[in-house]
Design a protein around this ligand. Sequence first.
Ligand code: ADE
Ligand code: ZN
Length: 358
Amino acid sequence: MNETNKLLDKPTMKRFPKVELHRHLEGTFPVEKLYQLSLKNKLERPRELEAFKKEVQFPKDSSPDFLTFLAKFHNDWYQSLDDVYFITYHSVKGLVDDGLYYCELRFSPEHFALENDFDRAEITRLIVRAGNEAADEVGLTIRYLLSFNRSKQTSAEMIELYDRLKRLEIPEIVGIDLTGDEINYPPEKFRDFFALIESDGLYKSTIHAGEVTPSEQIWEAIRNLHAARIGHGTSTIDDPPLQEFLKQSGIALELCITSNYQTGSWEDERNHPVGALYRKGVPVTLNSDDPFIQNTDLTDDYIKAVEYFDFRLQDLVKLNMNAIDASFLPGRLREDLRKAYLEKVEEFKQSYGLGGAG
Ligand code: ADE
Ligand code: ZN
């Protein structure tokens, strides 16, 4: 079997070591565990697994649509703190099934706390504890980003919550994310919040921008929200000066092939911008976004990248090195990760008879 055919084989690609920067905890739940939670909490959702999945995931046969996709996130799954622990623990444990070696997992404390008015600080500590325990058990290195949803809170409310959460001084939290509906809540509404984050200097920021909006929103996110990375940013493909700026500044795009199709961010997966942008030298990374909602996994996106863009093993490694370069780990830890990651790649090559070792 040649290299490409090996990479197109799902069990092989699953084991390829991956670094992921853009994945939402709320979009990562193992669907069977969520089903268990739904039955336990007697939620008004189908009591039969297949019907349950059909309702809670993005239907494969439905037309791509951003707001329909976002409407799949519900706040009522968790009726106790134990429920939040349970679903976080199992979500993080599952990350190694996708071959993840390092992950920056993002979650919104507001999302988990809203329905029952749980204490946001307690929820934040609990999620990090559950995630860390699961990650330790499976040998995954994990960090967290705090997501703030633009349709759920104003900039002033975000500032209030952020001020509380930063006082927790949780070292594994390394960044801030602005998520949600960028059509009706454009980035300029959140300048005050991100000016504060910038002046505090405690965290780096990534902004969902240019996902379903023109590249002006990406410029705004960079210039006025001080984004160090861009969530999606598919409209970069229409803006060569922006491509040049990203190359010069090292600001990376967190692209997500399946999600970008389902949200209507990109019409045709087979000519998704990741191929062209990568070949132009723009720092791009491959991510899953919300695999549970999408009914896919990150491995599926890697296979698509090989199939549609003719990426070879060395290109996949480069995409992961881009992710390490753009990670929010402090410098020395990033160096350690780079070395450890390349060792994992060597082990992978040897196990599957790929590359120089083959
Ligand atoms: N939250 C979860 N997935 C998202 C996406 N693709 N865009 C904006 N907000 C999100
Ligand atoms: Zn996202």
